[in-house]
Design a protein around this ligand. Structure first.
Ligand code: SF4
Length: 398
């Protein structure tokens, strides 16, 4: 348990993020923690790098909406100070605090308070001795060995309330390290419970590359059943990290959808409207409403409603009109400039009354009108709206 949030043991996968404020700035840090929680973070980490930060934590922890993890760097005394401040978890980097007596002192204090510790191995700050022993390079085995050493010291003082991360900025290395961890019986307790794993690609970088790297590493492992809690380490507003984590878990079916899932076709030569513009407008109009529904924006009525028939709600463009559909059934035909407004109105109907009630409110003539538009477009443009067949004919004659 990190505060009141379970991690591991079959609990839902959780999203973590980290504040970028000075922890001594209590109000600024709390404002960011609230923003992260609203964006989907279940647990938030704050740095505890000096006494001012530890004092800040004493004020932050009781007012935070989510459990707080203190990030400890080189001074083990800051871990003791963070515990005194009431944090719900510590994060220790074995590469930074290396004296066994210091590590054991922190583990003992955590044990006595019932506070868990994350052993946060980082490929970039591996213990130099291990680095040398593994051939002067960061390897997955060296990272796992670092976690084993720390865990062994914890066990010496009867403490095993830990989760572990073995992060690297290299996605392939990170995946290999976590797979090794997951297979290592050293990290299974006497009752057969595995140590929970905290997944992340460290220093993934700015968007969009950082998002792709973090997703590649985290999603690969989650798909293999490895991982209990995740963090996207992006060089961006941490709210983006929390959002990304939440979207990943929801899209993999690992967490219940909390907000909007907007799907949209990529557009093509058949599109009857600027799909990107309509999708962006729909996203901004709907995302703050906090409605847990899937909404589709499709560029044409010929293929759109069929391809998005599983969406709760959608709209497809055709002949300067929008065909609004609920679970694939057309319920309204609206002018093109009212497409987004219609989506918002019907999103509320579905959220308030459910899909069946929304379907019961369908315009009787809507399906007929929609089919007429569809047939007219097919006659006008044919099946081959991208003109690929015509182009191929011309190419063959060159
Ligand atoms: S065929 Fe229609 S729905 Fe499919 S990508 Fe093209 S515009 Fe979008």
């Amino acid at each position: 348990m990190v505060g009141n949030v379970p991690v591991g043991g079959g609990a839902p996968i959780t999203v973590q993020s980290m504040t970028t404020t000075k922890t001594a700035d209590v109000d600024g840090t709390l404002a960011q923690i609230y923003a992260l929680a609203a964006a989907g973070a279940d647990i938030v980490r704050c740095t505890c790098n000096d006494t001012d930060a530890a004092e800040g934590l004493a004020h932050i922890v009781p007012r935070s909406p989510v459990p707080i993890v203190a990030d400890i760097h080189h001074q083990y005394r800051m871990a003791l100070a963070a515990l005194e401040a009431g944090v719900h978890c510590l994060r220790l980097n074995p590469g930074n605090i290396r004296r066994p007596e210091h590590i054991k002192a922190v583990a003992e204090a955590s044990r006595d308070r019932g506070v868990p510790i994350r052993i946060g191995v980082n490929g970039g700050s591996l213990d130099p001795e291990l680095y040398e022993r593994y051939g002067g390079q960061v390897t997955a085995a060296a990272m796992v060995e670092s976690a084993r050493r720390e865990m062994a010291l914890f066990r010496e003082v009867g403490f095993d309330d830990v989760k572990i991360s073995v992060k690297a900025s290299n996605v392939a290395l990170m995946i290999e390290a976590y797979r090794l961890m997951a297979d290592d019986p050293f990290f299974v307790d006497d009752e057969g419970r595995s140590v929970p794993l905290h997944l992340g690609v460290t220093e993934a970088g700015p968007l969009p590359g950082g998002l792709v790297k973090a997703t590649a590493g985290i999603a690969t492992l989650l798909a293999e059943g490895i991982g209990d809690t995740i963090r996207f380490s992006l060089t961006a507003d941490p709210v983006e990290e929390a959002r990304a984590g939440r979207v990943l878990l929801e899209s993999m079916g690992l967490r219940e959808r909390k907000g909007l899932d907007l799907i949209a076709c990529p557009s093509c030569g058949r599109a009857e409207v600027d799909v990107i513009e309509v999708a962006e407008k729909a996203q901004s109009a709907l995302s703050d409403l906090g409605l847990p529904i899937q909404v589709a924006v499709m560029g044409c009525v010929v293929n759109g409603p069929g391809e998005a028939r599983e969406a709760d709600l959608g709209i497809a463009a055709g002949r300067r009109r929008g065909h609004l559909f609920v679970k694939g059934q057309v319920v309204r035909v609206v002018p093109e400039d009212q497409m987004v407004d219609a989506l918002v109105e019907w999103a509320h109907i579905i959220a308030d009354d459910g899909v069946e009630a929304a379907l019961a409110r369908a315009d009787e003539s809507a399906a007929v009108e929609a089919e007429a538009d569809r047939q007219a477009l097919l006659e006008e443009k044919g099946e081959d709206a991208n003109a690929a067949g015509t182009r191929v004919e011309i190419i063959r004659q060159i």
